[in-house]
Each structure stands twice: as C-alpha cells, then as structure tokens.
Design a protein around this ligand. Sequence first.
Ligand code: EPZ
Length: 421
Amino acid sequence: MDKFIIKGPVQLKGEVNISGSKNSALPILFASLLIEELIEIKNIPKLKDIDITIKLFLNLGVKIKYGKSLIINANNLYTNFNLPKNLIQSIRASIWLISPLLVRLKKINISLPGGCSIGMRPIDLHIKNLQKLGANICIKNNCIIASIKKKFQGAHIIMEKKSVGATISIILAAIYARGITIIESAAKEPEIKDLINFLNTMGANIQGAGTNKIIIKGVLKLKGGIYSIMDDRIETGTFLIAAAISKGNILCKNTNPKNLRIILKKLKSSGAEIKTGKNWCSINMHNKRPKAVNIITGSYPNFPTDMQPQFTLLNCISLGKSIVKETIFENRFLYIHELIKMGAKIFIKNNEVFCNGVRSLYSAKIKATDLRASISLVLAGCIAKGTTIIDNINYIDRGYETIEKKLISLGAKIKRLKNKN
Ligand code: EPZ
C-alpha cells in the first residue's frame, strides 16, 4: 500500500472543483446493465471503485469506451460469464449486480460483495426484498445463487430499516417488473434521486424521487441516451472541513449546496462564515478556531455517516467538548486510535465518541483504515505540527479523485510514496 508524507501545520485556502459523486456514479453504472442501447455518462469521477466496476462489466461482455465520459453498450451480455471473486469482493457496490443480471440473464451465481471495514455490511434487506419481487435466492459457500422465472413481479414493500443499497437493488429489479412496485420507508439520499432521474431519462416510470415513498411502474424497455452524474456532496463537505480545521477559506465549485444543508448548518454553528450560490459554496473561518459541535449521524436528510470522521477531526481541535454519535455503522471509529496518536483527547463509549478539543495535533506515523477515515487522517496531517506519515492510503483512491493535486492546490504539503510491490 502507498504512503503519504505530510508536512504541517498549513492553512488550506483557495478554490476546488468538486468531482462527480462516487455514490451516484456506481448505482447508475450498474443500472446501465438494464439498457440494451448505447448510453453516455458524463462527470464520472476517476476512482478505483469505478475502475473495478468497469473491469466487472468487461468480464460480463459489456462494451466500454472510457474517455472524458463513459460510453457503455450492454446489449450483449455473456451468459456464462466469469466474474473474478477478488474483483466482486473488493467493492460493496457489486451487490447491485444481482438485480440487473437477474433481469437480463434470469439466473446468476456470483460471490458475495465486499466493502470497507466499517461494519458487517449484511445484505439481508437486499435478499428478502428481491424475494418479495419473485426472485429465488440462496447463499452458499459465500456465493449468491439466484434466479427468476421470466420477470420480477411488482410488490408493495415496506422497508424495515432505511438502506441506500437495498432501496437501489429493489428499484433496479422493479424497472421491467410485471405491475407496480411501491417502496415505503425508502432511503432518499440525493444519490438515489440522481439514479431515479437517470432511469426516468432512459424511459423508466418512477415517481417519488427524493421522498421515502417510491412508486415504480414496470416498462418494457429502456432506451439509450446521455446523462451527467451529480456532484459529490461528501467531497464538498470534506473540503469545507479542510478549511474549518485550518482556519482557512475555500470555495467549492460545481456543487449543489441544497444537498449539504445539515453540514452547512453544523459548520455555521462551529463559527464558520458560509456563503452559497446555485452551484457553489464557500467557507471562511477568518483565522478563528472553530467551536465544537455535537453530531448524530442518520439517513438523509439527517447528518451523513460519510461525514462523521471529518467532523470528529474538527471537534478534536475545536474549542470545547462535544459528542459524535454514529447510528448507521457499528465499526466506523477505527481511525480514532490514530488521532489519539496525534494528541487528540477523545475516547469511545459504545457508539459515541467524546471529544475534548485541543489547540493543535502533532505529527505521528499512522495508518488509514477505511475511505472516509483516510481523508480525515490526511487532513489531520495537514494541521499537525511536524511530518506525518500515513500508511494504507490506497483507501483514499476509492473515493477522492486526484486528491493530492486538489489538496496541494489549497496549500497542503503532501507527497505520495508509491509501494513498489
Ligand atoms: C451506502 O452504503 C454508501 N455506499 C455508503 O458510503 C454510505 O455510508 C451508506 O450508503 C449510508 O448512507 C455506496 O453507495 C456505494 P446502507 P450501503 O444499506 O448501501 C444496514 C462511502 O464511504 N443494512 O444504507 O451499504 C447496514 O449495515 C460509503 O462512500 C442491513 O442491515 O449502506 C447499515 O447499518 C461507506 N442489511 C445500514 O443498514 C442490508 O441488507 C445502512 O446501510 C443492508 C444494509
């Protein structure tokens, strides 16, 4: 795994262009397996998870041209495809192979998906709801063996728990289903709204985008077309935090502040001056130390779990005490021990982190543990006194496009040490 060498403390300021959203691009890519005509997807972020998805698609017989945009032709899928286990297990998003491949091929036998170390990442909500839509599914020797008769059958589904992934699996299965599918208590993250907009652009019949009740009327076929992925709200939030923790000021361009309401509210409570426009937002700390803010994560529109490590870092160096409560994933505090090595005064009790802000952190040799934790540790290195070395930083490449370039343009002193083997 590569390492980062980071010199601090620096103040992070300037302008940054926000990339397309990883968590919108991935479901939209898997949805494109339902379409037998040419589609062009724009604003796709250049990330490791996207590269892995493309490799999976090539193994399925999908024709792909990957330049400035991604041109996909999934009209001819191999029936006896071989999807390498290591590829499927390297990303959580591979769970979204099940619905489109059952729709197209009627039966599959693929390995269970992977994902970060932030929790068990069960798939029971995907399985039981696809069974309600008519799929026969069983899990044997870490593989998902599934089949459907001819088509999925529309059903009325009441989600027992908000799940972004399972909501997406159900939507993909219901697109061509016989009859109507209603999903109550559906997750309504902006990325799901973007997926629905993409599918409706290609001829699907889905109502309720952005609400907890989604109604899908099965159609016969989707057509080809062009679509541009929404901006990455978590990347935006991450760069806003970069300014907040370094008393700097940053303008994030090509981003929709409407998807960041709670993050902007919390940053204002910490003393930041926030300005927003139609497709930009900015933060200015006026060289002031932030004030600590309490955080409780939850499904949208509550505070996003993917911003939890970044705000915990903010609280580590803020004025005052604070509590960060994680309600979505059971193991999303692995990075806390790394921050303690840097002088943070924090401790974990059950699913809460208790922070007592210190004036500054100091450099250490640390290691990244998962995607969002990694970027928080990189930002910690930027404000810590001395030279911080972070190992295992390849996690970052899964979710942040050209991260060093963007951070260096904002004043970071960061160098990547490539691991030869
Ligand atoms: C998606 O993960 C995102 N990943 C995550 O982003 C994000 O943190 C998460 O949604 C929550 O918003 C992608 O979009 C690729 P869930 P997902 O199903 O779909 C439990 C990042 O850093 N659950 O909404 O896996 C689950 O354990 C990543 O970009 C079940 O119990 O999340 C969790 O406690 C991290 N059974 C809760 O539901 C299931 O079958 C929410 O998970 C599925 C989930």
